[in-house]
Design a protein around this ligand. Structure first.
Ligand code: PEP
Ligand code: MG
Length: 578
């Protein structure tokens, strides 16, 4: 077997070693879990039973056709479906897959459907090629039966050896992985701060995106090493390489365990500056990880992720329950709920009518713009957040603000939501604080008006970089231009922090830059006192804060602030971090 390496962008550190599992969008809809050897026979039986039920169903339909006046093509069509079902490639091969891969029946069937569809696509004859749709329809009938009678529970931990290899994944696809346990994953496409990458990070498994052609080069079952920290994937490593990586994997784990000791230590620099370290979350269950890593609050709850993987819009009560869970779970610590940031790379099929396909989605009806265009939806969310504010220290955060009018309109809607709750006698915190995200250069350049109207600010560096440099954060073809250390980006961040500090308005950074160790001291030096990041970065950043002396670095910071030459800026940063 040929051994080779693929380079991409590591979006989540650590090392994963396991077998490749190629996936497509279709297969992501289906649960995937591993079985123990003892569970395999029952699973094969479950598959057989589902096939038998569909066979009966088709026969029943056929019977009702012949007696009635249905068109002849219809019964011919049912014959084709029965033939497909009875073909061993559909009714038997999945059983072999269940046994060989020790996976659940739904997954085995979906994998086999993928193989069959690929085969049909290669056929020259257009009529036969079209039969692909019939195969999918029959397969889906069986799938429906299987899903209606769930099988055994996944064997805990048994999936750790699987590494997913996909061409591309949407944030909604990735969020589904939260319920599975994969060792790691890689994709052909994706940028470092794309929302796909951000959710990937929250899965806490090593991941590399933008590998360009991994999906083509890697075969199912091949051995892979995913080294997220070094942005590399090694396919079919030899024994020496494998042994080396296992050693490194152990070392990383030991270092992680050691960091745990810092969990309840306050984040304070050598010269006595206290820093707040908060967590970014996507789902209520993420607070467990946030607390385990010593988060002092939730600095960013990306509320839209709650609903990305399902149909339809969430009701007020559903949202309220999710927010209340977080508010109560954080036991009085601040919980910053960002209102829906839908649009751009977070499109939802179920919302297609609402998030219109725009010619330039990142500049279109996204985030607060979308919410203001759909005031009913916005009001529902605001009411849900306000109701949750009765149960903890909840704060509202508005994404992607560019203009004062957006703040004013939002504040009017918040007042209206409060009024309606008051009328209904629903309890909420009338003093709830409202903050805005600084993600667009215009917001920094005209920040005075923001400071007057908002209680706190949070810099979303992921978008601030995208909108300052005109580089789509999700497009890997321009990812080399996506540069957090661009002097313009550093100047804008420094300006925002200085402006807010001067006005005594609390300001945080909640973009990915907050979790970058290389930038901890720089941000401290330019006056940042609150960071919000993925929970897995919290303890490393705390360690860096504990080892920093802000006063001692000020001379270098001043030079970084003024630097226009990128190379010089990087050299100065190295000096700061030495
Ligand atoms: C950001 O833009 O930096 C941010 C924190 O928000 P998101 O990544 O969800 O756009
Ligand atoms: Mg953003």
């Amino acid at each position: 077997m040929v051994s080779f390496a693929l380079h991409g962008i590591g979006v989540s550190g650590g090392i994963a070693i396991g077998r490749a599992q190629l996936v497509s969008h279709a297969t992501l809809e289906v649960a995937h879990y591993a079985l123990t050897q003892q569970q395999v026979p029952a699973e094969i039986e479950r598959f057989g039973a589902a096939v038998a039920e569909v066979r009966q169903e088709l026969e029943g339909l056929h019977g009702s056709m012949t007696s009635g006046d249905a068109p002849g093509e219809f019964s011919a069509f049912l014959d084709v479906h029965s033939m497909i079902l009875n073909d061993p490639t559909l009714s038997e091969t999945p059983k072999r897959i269940i046994a060989e891969q020790r996976c659940n029946a739904e997954w085995a069937l979906t994998v086999q459907m993928g193989v069959l569809v690929d085969q049909f696509e290669q056929i020259d004859d257009p009529y036969l090629r079209e039969r692909k749709a019939d195969v999918v329809q029959v397969g889906e009938r069986v799938l429906k039966r299987l899903m209606g009678r769930p099988g055994v529970l996944p064997a805990p931990g048994a999936e750790e050896q699987t590494i997913l290899v996909a061409h591309d994944l949407s944030p909604a696809d990735v969020i589904q992985f939260k319920h599975h346990h994969f060792g790691g994953f890689l994709t052909d496409l994706g940028g470092i701060t794309s929302h796909t990458a951000i959710v990937a990070r929250s899965l806490n498994v090593p991941a590399v995106v933008a590998t360009h052609n991994a999906r083509q080069l890697i075969r199912d079952g091949e051995m892979l090493i995913v080294d997220g920290g070094s942005h590399v994937v090694i396919v079919n490593p030899d024994r020496a390489v494998l042994a080396e990586y296992r050693l490194r994997q152990n070392e990383l784990e030991l270092a992680r365990q050691k960091l745990k000791r810092l969990r309840s230590k306050p984040a304070e620099t050598i010269d006595g500056i206290r820093v707040g370290l908060h967590a970014n979350i996507e789902l209520p269950e993420d607070i467990e990880q946030a607390l385990a890593n010593g988060a002092e609050g939730i600095g960013l709850f990306r509320s839209e992720f709650l609903f990305l993987d399902r149909d339809g819009l969430p009701s007020e009560d559903e949202q309220f329950e999710a927010f209340r869970k977080v508010a109560q779970g954080m036991q009085g610590k601040p919980v910053t709920i960002r209102t829906f940031d839908l649009g751009a790379d977070k499109q939802r099929e179920g919302l297609a009518g609402l998030t219109r396909v725009a010619p330039n989605p990142a500049l279109g009806l996204r985030a607060v713009r979308f919410c203001l265009a759909e005031p009913r939806l916005f009001l529902t969310q605001l009411r849900a957040i306000l109701r949750a504010s009765h149960y903890g220290n909840v704060r509202i955060l508005i994404p992607m603000l560019a203009s004062v009018s957006e703040i004013d309109q939002t504040l009017v809607l918040i007042a209206r939501a409060k009024e309606s709750l008051r009328e209904q006698g629903e309890p909420f915190n009338p003093e709830i604080v409202v903050g805005g995200m600084i993600e667009i250069p215009a917001a920094v350049l005209a920040m005075g008006a923001f400071l007057k109207r908002l209680d706190f600010l949070s810099i979303g560096t992921n978008d601030l970089i995208q909108y300052t440099l005109a580089v789509d954060r999700a497009d890997e073809t321009v990812s080399h231009l996506y540069d957090p250390l661009h002097p313009a980006v550093i100047k804008l961040i420094a300006m925002a922090i200085a402006g807010a500090n001067k006005a005594h308005v609390p300001i945080a950074v909640c973009g990915e830059m907050a979790g970058e160790l290389q930038l901890t001291r720089l941000l401290l030096g330019i006056g940042l006192r609150e960071y919000s990041m993925h929970p897995s970065h919290l303890l490393r950043v705390k360690q860096r804060v504990l080892q920093s002396d802000v006063a001692a670095g000020m001379a270098v910071i001043e030079r970084i602030r003024r630097a226009d030459d990128p190379a010089k800026l990087v050299a100065l940063l190295d000096r700061l971090n030495a």
